[in-house]
Design a protein around this ligand. Structure first.
Ligand code: PDD
Length: 303
């Protein structure tokens, strides 16, 4: 037994809270994980990523996340550096090496380190693979039900938003605009239509029907989005994927945001005006219970 305050105890506590990450084949304390300044991820934002939530050590919709990673890699002409089994091994290892009942795993693959800074792809370089686990704070339904504020902003991003690219400057600027306005998210509008949030997908409820924009190059096919649509159908909630005009936001009974880290968040005010009656709505209330149940089943390892 170590006595609290003894050097051994201090070391032990420090060691327990050490964050271990994966970088190019090695598991390392985060402070020791270093990448070259010539990495094309650093110089060009030339890479793709995924964020995968895990509940009680079980990764949510892992095949879908790995498939989306493959789609993103294909879209930027980068060969997947790891097999499916290798990815699974790394993700599972990091979940056990790091603490937290619920965690989200961030993984990114960049094109790697080239000798010269050149926009064109260099020949035969090794992709850089970095993976880290982050705590996913548990939020009670009551807490979530309080809802968040959002603003609408012009979607200034490029035309390949279906790629989960690490180049997120526009997304960070848009999110910062929301933060500066005291809001939790920016809802993006392109050509009069809702695309998605700066880092989330958008749903509205109108006359008991759940609506979300169809997938395509203007938005990321959210894994949470697809799970919501699947579960809505299974549970008899009417839903449709169709264009949503900007004006429909102000008429909506409910607005939600979805993502792997924020799950399903009700938006209760938009540009300072109440959404619906200014409280989280009944369809959100049903969906969050369905989602919670889904997570509880996943925790038993039976997704
Ligand atoms: N982002 N759209 C954008 C632009 C996003 O960045 C995200 C998630 C989503 C939702 O996708 P999913 O349900 O698969 O998480 C939609 C992650 C969480 C991030 O960048 O941290």
């Amino acid at each position: 037994m170590h006595k609290s305050g003894s050097p051994d105890f201090v070391f032990w506590v420090h060691n327990m809270s050490q964050r271990i990450v994966y970088l190019n084949g090695q598991y390392l304390p985060i402070e020791q994980a270093q990448v070259s300044v010539l990495d094309r991820g650093f110089l060009f934002g030339d890479g793709v990523y995924e964020v995968i939530p895990a509940y009680g050590g079980h990764l949510l919709r892992l095949p879908q996340h790995l498939q989306r990673l493959q789609n993103s890699l294909d879209a930027i002409q980068l060969v997947n550096p790891l097999s499916k089994d290798e990815w699974i091994e790394i993700l599972q290892t990091l979940l056990t090496k790091n603490q937290g009942q619920d965690q989200s795993v961030y993984l990114q693959v960049t094109r790697g380190v080239a000798e010269q800074r050149d926009h064109s792809f260099p020949d035969a370089i090794k992709p850089t693979v970095f993976v880290m686990a982050n705590l996913l704070p548990a939020q009670s339904k009551d807490e979530l039900a309080k809802g968040v504020a959002a603003i609408t902003v012009d979607d200034i991003r490029w035309r390949a938003c279906h790629i989960k690219a690490i180049a997120l400057l526009a997304n960070t600027l848009l999110r910062q605009q929301a933060t500066a306005a005291g809001a939790a998210e920016a809802i993006l509008i392109r050509d009069g239509l809702v695309t998605e949030g700066a880092a989330s997908n958008v749903f509205i409820v109108k006359d008991h029907v759940l609506l979300t924009p169809p997938v395509g190059p203007t938005l990321l096919t959210g894994v949470t989005r697809d799970l919501i649509l699947e579960q809505a159908k299974l549970n008899g909630i009417d839903c449709a994927e169709r264009d949503i005009a900007e004006g429909e936001l102000t008429q909506a009974d409910e607005i939600w945001l979805s993502s792997s880290t924020r799950e399903i968040l009700p938006v209760i005010s938009l540009n300072g005006d109440a959404v619906g009656n200014g409280q989280s709505g009944p369809i959100w209330n049903r969906m969050i219970d369905i989602f919670q149940q889904y997570k509880d089943v996943l925790r038993t390892g039976a997704e």
